[in-house]
Design a protein around this ligand. Structure first.
Ligand code: E4P
Length: 218
């Protein structure tokens, strides 16, 4: 499973790169607004930071409401870097834009997906990624991970190549369940990525080894 970082923060991206856990970046207007400043420069800097021999995909979201507006924005955003993936809202106009951008060989990420049928429509439109939001579903007492299982079944039934990108992740269990179900990608906030390596028994074990080593080598 690939790990994308759900952020627009440059230090978090650098830290995940250093950990060797950065397969991609997803941004959205809320994440960019948290960073302040000029969003265009911020987005360009993210694309520059992760560019390399193996380009890391960066999702940048369009905000137009019509397919035409979305396509125009996509043309603009795609100039920010060769690794840009156009993030498109799951609306009828968004599907039209997704199909048009797919025909132009541009990569797309259909976002704000909350039902398996929305995911099916996005796959039929040729989306590169589909982003189901598990945390927001859990937040209204629905089972976010059940949605991921259903999408996995549908995509496998029909051999869709669209990747399932699990979004709105709230805790390490969401990451574990995504991997068990066979999601292609999880986009994870940095705080949760940094928790994944931790276990209290690892800390206790290390402390005990250190104490015993010290007594052995005194
Ligand atoms: C995904 O690409 C989105 O940026 C993100 O996961 C949304 O999550 P939220 O529910 O934390 O806003």
């Amino acid at each position: 499973m690939e790990f994308f970082l759900d952020t627009a923060n440059l230090s978090e991206i650098k830290n995940a790169q250093n950990l060797g856990l950065l397969d991609g970046v997803t941004t959205n207007p809320t994440l960019l607004s948290r960073e302040g400043g000029d969003w265009r420069e911020q987005a360009k800097e993210i694309c520059r930071m992760v560019d390399g021999p193996v380009p890391v995909p960066v999702s940048l979201e369009v905000m137009g409401e019509t397919a035409k507006e979305m396509i125009n924005e996509a043309e603009d955003l795609s100039k920010f870097g060769k690794n840009v993936v156009i993030k498109i809202p799951m609306t009828s106009e968004g599907l039209i834009a997704t199909r048009a951008l797919t025909e132009k060989k541009m990569k797309t990420n259909v976002t704000l997906v909350f039902s398996p049928l929305q995911a099916l429509l996005a796959a039929k439109a040729g989306a590169t990624y589909v982003s189901p939001f598990v945390g927001r579903l859990d937040g209204i007492s629905h089972d976010g991970m059940e949605l991921i299982s259903q999408i996995r079944t549908i995509f496998d039934n029909y051999d869709f190549s669209t990747k399932i990108l699990v979004a709105s992740i709230r805790n390490p269990l969401h990451v574990l369940d995504s991997a068990l179900i066979g999601a292609d990608v999880a986009t994870i906030p940095y705080k949760i990525i940094s928790e994944l390596a931790k276990h209290p028994l690892t800390d206790q074990g290390l402390a005990a080894f250190k104490t015993d080593w010290d007594s052995l080598t005194k």
